[in-house]
Design a protein around this ligand. Sequence first.
Ligand SMILES: O=C(O)Cc1cc(O)ccc1O
Ligand SMILES: [Fe+2]
Length: 460
Amino acid sequence: MSGIGQTQQTRAGQAGTLSTRAEQARKDTESLTYSSGFGNEHSSEAVPGALPLGQNSPQRAPLGLYAEQLSGSAFTEPRARNRRSWLYRIRPSAAHPPFSRIGNGSLRSAPFTESVPDPNRLRWSPQPEPAPGTDWLAGLWTLGGNGDTTQRSGMAVHLYHANAAMDRVFSDADGELLIVPEHGGLLLVTELGRLAARPGEVALIPRGVRFRVELLDERARGYVCENYGQPFQLPDLGPIGANGLANARDFLAPTAAYESEADRPVQVITKFCGNLWSADYAHSPLDVVAWHGNHVPYVYDLRRFNVIGTISYDHPDPSIFTVLTSPSDTPGLAGVDFVVFAPRWLVGEDTFRPPYFHRNVMSEYMGLIEGAYDAKTAGEGGFVPGGGSLHNMMSAHGPDRETFDRASAAELAPQKINDGLAFMFETRWPVTATEQAANARHLQKGYDNVWQGLERHFES
Ligand SMILES: O=C(O)Cc1cc(O)ccc1O
Ligand SMILES: [Fe+2]
């Protein structure tokens, strides 16, 4: 079985240095166009007349293209949950050679059984530098997760660290991918078109959609939530009303674009029930000339998030910061929520304003995109951009001692939190760490100490 590293067949060496590739990718982002809205029907054609009108599958599709449906939900799921796109492509996806197993590299999948679920609070420093020539796929490193890929339930937390563009093409049959860049921009070249995602933005690649990743900078680092469960959707707003939190119109789907160069060999890798499989195609599968549907990738700028919080007293639960939720069969119980702690004003009166001490039945993985987080002291060895923390089901956590001391004594003038962008993947089941995460050198050994020295103040 060959490894996950890039093969000879890829063009990285031939196409010159990464800077040339990155420069080209940056140039490509200047002409990107998008279609706005989340969950709605989008349509796009790169060549006029490529999209059939009034039907999906004419006897002969326009321009000699092949019509193909990509289903992200069962055919019969309720209309509100139904996801599919129709693709009009140069060759049908069915025309491919057999897939063979390749090594999984540092990727791991559910069920996670390498270690036992850990009730301790865990925190990691940023990922170490990858070897030169590491593309986005080879740079994926799994921290942990829950559920079962074969049952389409649960989630995985991955980190990525890349310094080379991807020539091969990847798709994930196991789940959708929420990509959270922390350092360096990405150009995602997908079957449905191209999207740019820079730190502060997130990208969502639906289950099964093929893509490759170009780097917009010399190095790219970030987080990935692989959601095996129901696709992410916008949370209901209840009494908030018709607007607020992440607004649907701020999600941007790509417009159709296809690989225009002559046929060339392309390695296509698929992740299927936890393993990587590879096939050598004689052409690029990113050959969709037109498409319509709602099973589409998105990019979303987290700075567009309409943050809602208290204007009276007490610290609201962080569900108020939910960007996207993957529901379970139990109302209100998410398989996984994606939550953002964006710049906001704190005005609560007679209130301990940072996150409170708590124990939660849900499990919380937190990452930091930039700056600092208001419950934790910043700086080397602390909660820093590129690092992450895991507070599993019922583990006791909250403000560290320094934060507690400061916030308990602070003068409660209106205060703008302006210097940080943190996020949380909050999931219904404990996250079991992979062996590589449980034994990582960058696991912070003294994390518990941040809660040391919280002295007794009780006077009876
Ligand atoms: O643990 C954390 O920092 C996340 C979090 C934030 C918050 O504002 C309230 C509860 C919570 O779990
Ligand atoms: Fe928490």
